[in-house]
Design a protein around this ligand. Structure first.
Ligand SMILES: [Mg+2]
Length: 318
């Protein structure tokens, strides 16, 4: 079974947690031919591996000295980054009360000790299949159907994540909003199919230009795109915006009804949030919007940007 973190498929990862190395070894023998097996001999180690290695399934011993399996499960489920990982308890005590507690904590299944390899394999396969399907759905939820880049929901989610990260690390965060110039006229003249094709080409160009893994390109709506650029200072963001503008212009997609140029062009507005900037994410979005508006008024096919400092917080214009 193959899983993918973003674009690269990889074999499913199973994390085996047990304080007895011999038990880990038994499970390793069951799974290592088809899966990548990660191992932990205590709760702390298990949490750390789960957060950094993103296993697709956890086989969790209940009785361990120090942090027991129930507590490990509780913490994995409480953390947004690990809450999706299915957990199967491996236990010698299959009493009703214990199973009830395990299920209430969010476990998906139980396996009795001593383990039966065929049963363990079958149960693991079931939960890995469900996990793979859920991962696929989660990805689809964040993808724009027309252009295959991120959608607005993806941008909003990532913006919140990166916003918190920038605050925490005191790093710069830049956001670009992009609007296709005179796109309605393009659709009116060339038809909606040509319009869709145009948006697909623009999306492809934006995505190819932003090559850093943390950069996000999203279709924000209609003919509006956004680029989220973590750890990007003002000068860097301006350079990227200018590159995007030039690349779109050099696609030379004919646009006979544009007042701006003979081809399709874009207007770009951006803001860079510096560590001492405004604390409000929505104000930041509004400030970016205002820059896009300014670019439109400056004649289109151009870039307007500013640093979102404490004084920026623009009044809403609508
Ligand atoms: Mg144990």
């Amino acid at each position: 079974m193959m899983f993918s973190d973003g674009l690269t498929p990889r074999p499913a990862r199973i994390l085996v947690v047990d304080d007895q190395p011999i038990n880990i070894q038994v499970l390793y023998q069951v799974f290592h031919h088809d899966h990548q097996v990660l191992m932990a001999t205590n709760g702390q180690q298990a949490l750390k591996i789960a957060r950094t290695q993103h296993p697709d399934l956890v086989l969790l011993d209940v009785e361990m000295p120090g942090m027991d399996g129930h507590e490990v499960c509780r913490r994995l489920k409480a953390d947004r980054d690990t809450a999706q990982i299915p957990i199967i308890f491996v236990t010698a005590h299959r009493e009703e009360a214990e199973e009830t507690l395990g299920l209430e904590l969010g476990a998906v299944d139980f396996i009795g000790k001593p383990i039966n390899p065929a049963i363990v394999r079958a149960r693991a396969r079931t939960h890995l299949t469900l996990k793979a399907q859920a991962d696929q759905l989660r990805r689809w939820v964040f993808i724009d159907g027309l252009t295959a880049i991120g959608n607005r929901r993806h941008l909003d989610t990532q913006l919140s994540t990166e916003w918190r990260r920038a605050k925490r690390n005191g790093s710069d965060l830049s956001l670009l909003m992009i609007d296709v110039d005179h796109f309605k006229r393009f659709n009116d003249r060339y038809g909606h199919q040509a319009g869709d094709e145009c948006l697909r080409r623009l999306a492809g160009t934006l995505r190819e230009t932003l090559r850093r893994p943390a950069d996000l390109v999203a279709r924000y709506g209609g003919e509006e795109f956004a680029c989220l650029l973590p750890e990007t200072p003002f000068a860097g963001a301006r350079q990227i915006a200018e590159t995007l503008r030039r690349k779109v212009e050099s696609l030379a997609i004919p646009h006979a009804d544009s007042d701006t140029a003979a081809c399709v062009t874009i207007s770009l507005g951006f803001c860079t949030h510096e560590p001492l900037g405004p604390t409000d994410e929505e104000q930041f979005m509004r400030a970016v919007d205002e820059q896009l508006y300014a670019a439109k008024h400056a004649g289109r096919n151009c870039v307007c940007g500013r640093i979102a400092d404490a004084q920026t917080a623009p009044a809403t214009t609508d």
